[in-house]
Design a binder for this molecule. Sequence first.
Ligand code: PPE
Length: 309
Amino acid sequence: MKATKYIWKNGEFVPWEEATTHVLTHALHYGTSVFEGVRAYETKKGSAIFRAQEHYERMVDSAKIYQMNIPYTADEMIAATKELIIKNGLRACYIRPIYYYGYGEMGLNPGLNPVDAMIAAWEWGTYLGEEGLAQGVKCKMSSWIRIDSRCMPPLAKCASNYINSVLAKKEALDCGFDEGILLNSNGLVAEGPGENIFVIKKGNIYTPPTSDGVLEGITCQTACKIAEYLGYSVQHKSLTRDELFLADELFFTGTAAEITPIREVDGRIIGTGKRGEITKKIQDKFFEIVRGECKDHSYWLDYVNKTSD
Ligand code: PPE
């Protein structure tokens, strides 16, 4: 990770090295934090945060699910994020805000602890590699099942959910793949460890509904809107593993992963084994939008420098 000058913590900008926390922080022991992954992109009018409102509102929603009393509102967090980007002299960057139960009392009742807030931002390139973006990645169907809303709410972007993702990611890497794909407890396709998944078949586009245990991805919603804008039909529909094998094209979406094609699943070549045509169109439009080159979608960009609007 490439360090920057400052991290924002509970209303203050502290030097990167000093942004530490007590080892008895509740979240460290029990995973009691909710977070976001957000990206800012470089545009002609300066740095712009992509869909800031949606990301920070989702973090507030995640806190609501866990009945966490948040110390800063979404708007306050967005203002702090902009200031942080400016203070750090960043342009394109990844942003990681978090609300977490801090230091106070051990034990499973989190409410005895303060809720702390933190925002870090740093330069983070492609998630699954430049080659992955252009050529597609190789995936393994995970032996791990995606967490189920009967045991943990998948719609809350809670740190504890990610131990499920860590298992799937590590397994895929250990087996020589780039990424995993998890089924849910009903045997239906859920998502990647940190990405939503899309299937393209005969020109139609499908992605699993939230009821199949997936995070309501903001890039997923973006890809759906782009696809419709480009004239394709998009449907939220349950998918089986074999529908992945027989897809014409597959791709992942995520803030970190952006739009990443999938070229292979468990040794089955997907379509032509390269980035598909429709995937490329959606990907191209996505990058055009985030770089501020598409007027029709400029409302998704929140410019860091107020004078640039
Ligand atoms: N599903 C999961 C499980 C997930 O973690 C993400 C984001 C998505 C779908 C896509 O959501 P969205 O970013 O709103 O389009 N994963 C974040 C964390 C990745 C990480 O390794 O850390 C991200 O992409 O920022």
